[in-house]
Design a protein. Structure first.
Length: 70
């Protein structure tokens, strides 16, 4: 796989919650560290995702905001 995005995180699929339109997918990218993404259910089916599979979170954003508590 080659991709132009700089932020690619490899992980293991730990949860898939399928809905009629969107699917919530959670990857564990390090022990105790999870990333959750919402993708179309059509894409989830097309990728053939199942729990335990290796997958990648590809993060591409035009801006990133940083916040702190007051």
């Amino acid at each position: 796989m080659k991709i132009s995005a700089r932020n690619v995180l490899q992980g293991k699929v730990v949860s898939i919650v399928k809905g009629p339109v969107s699917t919530e997918l959670t990857l564990e990218i390090a022990p105790g560290v999870q990333v959750t993404s919402s993708i179309t259910s059509t894409s989830a089916t097309s990728l053939g995702l199942k729990e335990g599979d290796k997958a990648y979170a590809v993060i591409k954003a035009s801006s990133v905001m940083v916040a702190v508590d007051d």
